[in-house]
Design a protein around this ligand. Structure first.
Ligand code: TXA
Ligand code: MG
Length: 320
């Protein structure tokens, strides 16, 4: 056990967080998507510490966070298509996977042996300030123990990883609330490796054509393990109402007579609001049920951010 410092979102807090990263320690920090568990991506031991703290399977590669496109192209060879997307959507909730450059100073553990590296430029002002102050690439998966849902507040991180990491930079709630959208590239084709906080429709609009939504085996995100986002309680999806004893996670208008624990992702049926609430609501209902029983979940439309929400729900519902 170690004492986990809770750092304020100010100049002193950012300086301390950067100092700890330089020492090879682990610092959780807010991004616009979810909290990341950061380590110096050049320091293999620091990166190993991430796997240890998360109890994460070794074969799961990490996303490297950098300040901008200039820093990114020093690490990976971005095809033309990827450059266009980077210019359109960075900083923002988009991760690009591309061949790692031979001269990239990145610990091997970061890519888990893959010839490709995932890079993203976060938009959250605190994440940006930390990257600037630190001055190097930061490897950061979501700051949750492996197999649990991603944290969207500093309190979630304290709960799950307090005592196991050096510090948490407290930036309040993450505005997007869903992980980044991950894209890979296969020749001329752009492939969706993980739906996330940037809607596929926006990407397709920028490119002027559709992208591949089924990545196939070759570069399937190892993080797409079936039950990756799993609360203790079971999930029953596309439910019209809760059965007696079940908790209820609604979207839009709730059915009449919901008696047990219940929360609503967005009473107005807004997908952006639903995405921001998803993990926090699952976590809260799971806690109300004591990590047992079943959460009945209302149908969420399969469009825009609904794709990512349904992807996460399906994972959380997968048998385990
Ligand atoms: O929004 C996010 O992306 C957050 C914040 C902290 O940036 N990070 C995040 O990281 O969600 P993580 O480690 O929980 O998920 C990263 C995903 C995993 O599914 C991993 O397998 C995939 O990215 N990934 C990383 N490198 C890859 C690569 N070279 N090829 C394919 N998938 C890769
Ligand atoms: Mg994760």
């Amino acid at each position: 056990m170690q004492t986990t410092e809770i750092l304020a979102p100010d100049v002193a807090g950012i300086a301390r967080a950067a100092e700890l990263l330089r020492e090879g320690r682990l610092v959780a920090f807010p991004t616009e998507t979810v909290y990341g568990l950061g380590a110096d991506a050049r320091n293999g031991r620091a990166v190993a510490g991430i796997f240890e703290a998360k109890g994460r399977p070794r074969f799961n590669p990490l996303i490297v966070h950098v300040t901008g496109l200039e820093a990114a192209v020093r690490l990976i060879d971005l095809p033309e298509m990827a450059l266009r997307l980077a210019r359109a959507f960075w900083p923002g909730p988009l991760t690009l996977v591309a061949p790692v450059r031979a001269d990239a100073d990145i610990a091997e553990l970061v890519t888990a042996g893959l010839p490709t590296l995932a890079v993203r430029v976060p938009a959250h002002p605190l994440a940006r300030a930390l990257l600037e102050e630190f001055g190097g690439p930061v490897a950061a998966p979501s700051a949750n123990p492996s197999g649990q849902i991603s944290p969207t507040t500093a309190a979630h991180v304290v709960e799950a990883l307090g005592g196991a990491i050096a510090a948490i930079l407290d930036g309040g709630a993450c505005p997007v609330g869903l992980e980044s959208t991950i894209l890979g590239f296969d020749g001329e084709r752009t492939l969706l490796l993980r739906p996330g906080g940037l809607a596929v429709e926006e990407i397709e609009q920028t490119l002027g054509h559709e992208i591949g939504r089924d990545p196939g085996d070759a570069i399937t995100s190892p993080g797409q393990l079936a039950s990756h986002y799993a609360p203790g309680a079971g999930l029953r999806l596309d439910a019209s109402r809760p059965e007696p004893g079940e908790a209820w996670l609604g979207f839009g208008l709730d059915p009449e007579g919901v008696a047990g624990p219940s929360l609503n992702l967005s009473p107005d049926g807004r997908l952006i609001e639903a995405a921001a609430n998803l993990f926090a609501h699952l976590r809260a209902l799971d806690a109300m049920l004591g990590g047992r029983g079943t959460i009945a979940v209302a149908p969420v439309p399969e469009r825009g951010l609904g794709l990512a929400i349904n992807d996460r729900l399906a994972r959380a519902a997968a048998p385990r």
